[in-house]
Design a protein around this ligand. Structure first.
Ligand code: SAH
Length: 402
């Protein structure tokens, strides 16, 4: 059994699997079938307050409360962008904060806003393809969630990592983002995709991310299909391999490549000095992708850094033979980074070179940037974490890997 298949016991009860709950109920001298009841209250109905679990006796509800079952955070603020994007600021019980973002798909979005919206047109909607009362098809929404408070990866163009890593989220805190964000869907909306593209590096926090994925996909809980979930990573090679193994490649994978060569990538992503471009491409070739699925390559375009035609041609060569789609992201401005967004002309030219080489490629539209909910802007203004260290990619000490 691999180390990741046997995670330690979660501290917050909402991180427990049905099997963990069975154990807990046995210890309490209660029948094991209660496990399913409580799990469904939490993970199907999003109820964290034992007082609302009406089919449980009073003393049991009290014991659950004493055991620490309560919402892992409060929604402190909801900011709605003019494009319908909603950013939720979540205050955790220890006073730290993270954010998650609901992103409605527009008609012309297709697959590009959610890297997750896969090429599998044959699937029914598991969580409600039924028409709404007005007879219209429900609007699909992607939820972008966080896995850590801050981030240790130090990418120079990203705001989330500016203050370093405060701590990883517990699986309960990860899954609760889905359960609680669902309450903020409009009547005509359905949660369709889930992307691990908020704050933090999910594969630098593997055990809790894995546990959260198992909870989110559990048929007695949210029951989300793994193919509607995308985990995005800077390219932590051993854990890409683990994720592939632990979910048979069924979880969507997005890799923040941002450069086709080590020289460019070293300048903007310190982690490249540990896992370089060649190692990343090699592990992607081995990822057990199901038929007709593709890996998403994220590429943030930064003026004069990685956006030249030469970079585009190198990228074409690097991706040769891989089943990928490329998501170009014109960099969202991050104050103090000294980096600029690529011009429209540069973005178009880059796109053109990839398309001509028959690489499936889209330009990610900016969503929610009027409320700082766009990529790389999360928790800029929330007063979230520790002191700012601003030493860029070069002088940065690499974090230890788990
Ligand atoms: N740590 C993970 C997931 C979080 S970031 C990862 O790096 O993949 C989600 C995506 O937003 C990544 O591709 C990241 O590189 C990108 N991003 C970060 N800052 C950005 C910015 N300022 N503009 C555009 N994209 C950015």
């Amino acid at each position: 059994m691999s180390e990741s298949a046997r995670p330690s016991k979660p501290a917050h009860p909402a991180g427990r699997s049905p099997e963990d709950w069975q154990q807990w109920f046995s210890q309490q001298g209660e029948p094991r079938f209660r496990a399913g009841q409580v799990f469904r209250w939490i993970h199907q109905r999003g109820v964290f307050d034992p007082a609302e679990m009406t089919d449980l006796g009073k003393s049991l509800r009290e014991r659950l409360a004493n055991d620490g079952l309560e919402s892992p955070f409060v929604v402190e603020r909801v900011v709605r962008s003019t494009d319908g994007t909603r950013k939720l600021l979540l205050r955790l019980r220890d006073g730290l904060a993270v954010e998650c973002v609901l992103i409605p798909m527009t008609n012309d979005d297709d697959a590009d806003v959610a890297a997750a919206d896969a090429d599998d047109g044959d699937e029914g909607e598991e969580n409600g393809g039924e028409p709404t009362w007005s007879g219209e098809a429900p609007r699909r929404v992607t939820l972008c969630i966080s896995t850590q408070v801050g981030c240790a990866m130090g990418c120079v163009f990203c705001a989330s990592g500016k203050a370093g890593l405060s701590r990883g989220l517990e699986s309960a805190e990860i899954v609760a983002q889905v359960l609680i964000a669902k309450r903020y869907l409009d009547d005509n909306e359905r949660l369709r995709n889930l992307v691990f593209m908020g704050m933090g590096e999910p594969l630098h926090h593997y055990e809790q991310t894995l546990r959260a994925l198992r909870l989110i996909t559990h048929p007695d809980g949210i029951g989300m299909s793994p193919r509607r979930i995308t985990v995005s990573t800077v390219g932590l090679v051993p854990n890409i391999e683990k994720l592939g193994r632990d979910f048979d490649g069924k979880i969507g994978l997005a890799v923040s490549l941002h450069a086709p060569d080590d020289e460019t990538r070293n300048r903007i992503m310190p982690m490249n000095r540990r896992y370089d471009v060649a190692q990343i491409l090699s592990v992607l070739r081995k990822y057990p992708l199901p038929p007709r699925r593709r890996i998403t390559i994220e590429y943030t375009l930064i003026a004069g850094v990685n956006d030249s035609p030469d970079h585009a041609r190198k990228l074409v060569r690097a991706l040769g033979g891989l089943r990928v789609k490329v998501n170009l992201i014109p960099m969202n401005p991050v104050a103090g980074s000294g980096l600029g967004t690529s011009s429209n002309a540069a973005v178009e030219q880059f796109h053109e070179i990839l398309s001509r080489a028959r690489i499936s490629c889209s330009v990610r539209k900016r969503r929610g940037d009027d409320v700082d909910a766009a990529c790389g802007q999360l928790a800029l203004n929330a007063g979230v974490t520790a002191p700012v260290s601003d030493d860029g990619a070069k002088g940065r000490k690499l974090p230890t890997m788990n």
